[in-house]
Write a protein of this length. Structure first.
Length: 213
């Protein structure tokens, strides 16, 4: 009985508070403007700096052919022999460049590096936004030891709010079931309070920003 009485008292106070609202002491407060100071630098430079500070590997390319050459050089240096790319347009391009990639999503557990595109790039935080609506889905960017991302300047947005608006505008009524922000390689300190990379996702993330599509 006491529990019921206490519950009723709490509910009564909530109802009373909802009925008699307190006037807003700050009626002119702007909730729409960004709380962060605007940066005069170009978004590409802001993103590159933030992405590198988060532990990512940033590569700027003028054309897609430069990307293919840069990817080949890194693959040879790192001795990658099992690469996965399930996005048709990107895989077709790599095939034209005679760059061998596996297109089978089932190979995600045995691949060394996955190559994907992204939804957009957040300049201020150096984050890569991916979604479940992409062909690569939610699993590939998470399960591969190394994640290689190809992006373009028109995918750059200033802040997280702009990234969500970008997705809303792109997909309209068919919004992705999940969106993920990737800010550098996977890091965790859950085990013995020691920082470990790659325990819960890719240990390395490469971002190729291609100037011309």
């Amino acid at each position: 009985m006491q529990d019921s009485t206490t519950r009723e008292k709490v509910l009564k106070k909530i109802r009373s508070a909802l009925i008699s609202k307190t006037p807003n002491p700050f009626p002119n407060l702007d909730f729409d403007s960004s709380v962060f100071r605007m940066n005069d630098e170009v978004p590409e430079l802001i993103f590159a700096q933030a992405f590198r500070e988060a532990g990512g590997n940033f590569v700027f390319c003028e054309t897609m052919l430069d990307f293919a050459e840069g990817l080949l050089n890194i693959a040879q240096e790192k001795k990658w022999s099992k690469l996965l790319c399930v996005e048709k347009e990107l895989a077709d391009f790599l095939d034209q460049c005679e760059f061998p990639v596996n297109r089978d999503p089932a190979a995600v557990t045995s691949t060394q590096a996955a190559i994907t595109q992204c939804e957009c790039l957040v300049a201020r935080t150096g984050s890569i936004m991916v979604s479940s609506s992409q062909t690569s889905g939610r699993g590939i960017p998470v399960f591969t030891p190394i994640h290689v991302v190809v992006a373009f300047p028109d995918q750059l947005v200033d802040d997280l709010k702009d990234a969500f608006n970008f997705i809303k505008s792109k997909y309209k009524d068919q919004q992705p079931s999940a969106t993920t922000f990737i800010t550098g390689p996977s890091r965790t300190a859950d085990i013995g309070n020691e920082l470990v990379t790659g325990a819960q996702g890719p240990a390395e993330v490469y971002l190729f920003l291609v100037d011309k599509r």
